[in-house]
Write a protein of this length. Structure first.
Length: 361
């Protein structure tokens, strides 16, 4: 699962990428590199389980991030994204939209408006522009195909063309594509275009160290115009905190008057949620681990994430909800209280289920 990081130039995309993935990519305006990295999804439950089981290791769920470069033409608009980068962007499962709410000497940059709401409208216009480009390419291709050919695909391509024309006019008028209704087959076609406007989105407000209290007000004004989850983060601070101990981090947050809850954790968790992922957990002497699965996954398929043999030879799963283990502290006590359930392969796994799968190959 991959998140594409988008934003106007110099808003702190690479800074946030570094903070999330523990990366050490150079930051600065008009970057030219595309950066790929993996972020651990902080899960408080793993810390608690780590305390109970004292395993050799603790393994968090992970999600990938792609940080795109500014464009070379100095405009550094997403509009300029082409080729391999456009491909990567289209393949992303969700988008993280970075907005700038810190002051810096770089504010001479003409793309910075000083108002995150205006910035977000500009960014959305650009995202729509990219989609219009994708549609235009496909329309041209179909029109080319339809010229002088009488293959069996004609009807199919005409249907596609109709749909594309319909969504093009919706996008040109600036309406979200979710607002119109589609038939089952149209939806299937649509998913093939990998349009950006149809991807789940999360906003991250990159706030300055000195104005960290403004976040709440800015979030409120964004919510008036957009129905998208928002996380506020001080990107630079979070990046500088990589590698510091928890105690040092706590102290620094106090000194700077920042909340103790890590904005970074919240941001990564919002991304995780936007992907419609949940975690089931496994515990033992070797490791406690969170396994990301799509909401609605059944136990045999979930077990396949651990190993395909376990899915193939699935017999049954012993399941304890995290909450019950937290109350009981030990698996023996969970059993004594009769809180351990035995589930079959069609059981829909819930977030925080602690699973032990019995299998036979
Ligand atoms: N004060 C402050 N500066 C920041 C913060 N986040 C980023 N910066 C600075 O802003 C500049 C640009 O940051 P980048 O992370 O490179 O921004 P970007 O969006 O990746 O830039 P491009 O890729 O060139 O579009 C750098 O000098 C950062 O140090 C922040 O939270 N506070
Ligand atoms: Mg960058």
């Amino acid at each position: 699962m991959q998140i594409g990081i988008l934003g106007l130039p110099g808003v702190g995309k690479t800074t946030i990428f570094n903070a999330a993935t523990g990366g050490e990519v150079d930051v600065g305006l008009f970057s030219e590199r595309t950066n790929l990295g993996v972020a651990k999804v902080y899960d408080k439950r793993l810390d608690v389980l780590d305390g109970y089981f004292k395993p050799k290791r603790k393994v968090e769920a992970e999600i990938s991030y792609v940080d795109f470069p500014s464009q070379q033409d100095g405009q550094s608009k997403i509009q300029g994204i082409t080729g391999e980068n456009l491909n990567l962007l289209q393949k992303s499962d969700a988008l993280l939209l970075v907005l700038k709410a810190f002051n810096s000497p770089l504010d001479i940059n003409e793309n910075y408006f000083g108002d995150p709401v205006v910035e977000l409208h500009t960014l959305m216009d650009e995202i729509i522009f990219v989609d219009l480009g994708i549609i235009e390419n496909r329309v041209n291709k179909i029109e080319e195909n339809l010229k002088g050919r009488n293959s069996s695909k004609i009807d199919q391509e005409k249907t596609e063309l109709n749909l594309l024309t319909k969504i093009r006019s919706v996008l040109e008028n600036g309406f979200p594509l979710e607002d119109i209704s589609y038939t089952e087959s149209e939806l299937k076609l649509l998913s093939g275009f990998q349009l950006l406007t149809l991807k789940p989105m999360v906003i991250v407000l990159n706030i300055g160290e000195s104005n960290s209290n403004d976040g709440v007000n800015i979030e409120e004004s964004i919510r008036k115009d957009f129905d998208i989850e928002i996380g506020t983060i001080c990107g630079k601070l979070e990046m500088d905190l990589i590698g510091t101990s928890l105690d040092e981090e706590k102290q620094l947050r106090e000194v700077l008057g920042l909340s103790q809850e890590s904005g970074l954790h919240r941001m990564v968790n919002l991304c995780f949620k936007s992907l419609e992922l949940i975690s089931f957990l496994t515990v033992g002497e070797d490791e406690v681990r969170a396994w990301p699965i799509k909401k609605g996954t059944v136990s045999a398929v979930a077990a396949g994430k651990i190993h395909s043999d376990i899915q193939r030879g699935f017999i049954r799963a012993e399941v304890i909800s995290y909450e019950n283990l937290e109350i009981c502290k030990t698996i023996a006590e969970v059993r004594r209280k009769g809180l351990l359930r035995v589930e079959g392969k069609e059981y829909v796994v819930q977030d925080g289920d602690i699973m032990h799968v019995l299998f036979n190959v």
